[in-house]
Design a protein around this ligand. Structure first.
Ligand code: ADP
Ligand code: MG
Ligand code: MG
Length: 247
């Protein structure tokens, strides 16, 4: 589904990804772990098409198409979802407005017509209920004043509405209490665990992986994948640390 080969990418002339290769098949959840500054978020940004990141070598194909040739909104329309480590706050724009715009933009990219306000609200309320978010939060400005847990639940609502084929979730577990962590884990499983979908789960810690069982675990260090294994690799890393396991 996603094939990354020898990816090199730089920001402000500094090379961050240095020959990263990775293949994710449909139906799989891959965890990417690694020390601070390894390039994990950079990988997410490059896949999402964030401006400022320059790919200098290598290729990324998504269901056989050249992902790097697509503009960010085309990547979203193709079914790619990127969850950020630090969700943006958008004062003055209600959550429901924002989410409806996002969904209708995605539908437009697929040649589908927009949902009406009433149709959309039904979808949004169902997603809020599924993750245990108060439907009142749909009316509030996007993420403004939301707690860490509320932002991440809100991200799950967004992901549920957009129903992507491939989700890249960057430290979606950071700063969550146990209940929020379980809710987010359940949300990822409910929305993304399907034979025709896949997930790249970027995380520092093993704890989210107790809820979302990865099929494959990679260690990213120094801009490359330096080790790949099964779920046991995450436990090994937690016990021994990156330096020891990748030595
Ligand atoms: P991780 O998510 O694994 O902690 P990042 O992808 O955020 O790592 O960062 C990788 C490296 O890129 C870090 O060394 C960071 O300092 C560097 N970096 C990020 N943004 C810039 C920038 N604008 N200019 C120069 N270096 C940057
Ligand atoms: Mg980091
Ligand atoms: Mg990061």
């Amino acid at each position: 589904m996603l094939k990354i080969e020898n990816l090199h990418a730089e920001i402000d002339g500094k090379e961050i990804l240095k020959g990263l290769s990775l293949t994710v098949n449909a139906g799989e959840v891959h965890a990417i772990m690694g020390p601070n500054g390894a390039g994990k978020s950079t990988l997410g940004y490059v896949l999402g098409g964030r401006p400022g990141y320059e790919v200098t070598a290598g290729s990324v194909t998504f269901n056989g198409i050249d992902l790097l040739e697509l503009a960010p909104h085309e990547r979203a329309a193709a079914g790619l979802f990127l969850g950020f480590q630090y969700p943006v706050e958008i004062p003055g724009v209600s959550n429901v407005q924002f989410l409806r715009e996002a969904l209708n933009a995605q539908r437009k990219g697929r040649g589908e017509g927009p949902l009406s306000g009433a149709e959309f609200l039904k979808v949004a309320r169902a997603q809020a209920a599924a993750i245990g978010m108060d439907a009142e939060m749909l009316k509030r400005p996007v993420n403004v004043g939301f707690s860490g847990g509320e932002k991440k639940r809100n991200e799950m609502v967004q992901m549920g509405i957009l129903n992507p084929k491939f989700a890249i979730l960057d430290e979606t577990d950071s700063g969550l209490d146990i209940d929020a962590l379980r809710a987010v884990g359940d949300g990822i499983n409910r929305i993304m665990r399907a034979p025709d979908k896949a997930v790249l789960l970027i995380t520092h810690y093993q704890r989210l992986l107790d809820y979302v069982k990865p099929d494959v675990v990679h260690v990213l260090a120094g801009g490359r994948i330096v080790k790949t294994g099964g779920p046991e690799l995450a436990l090994e890393l937690e016990a021994a640390g990156y330096a020891e396991v990748t030595a």
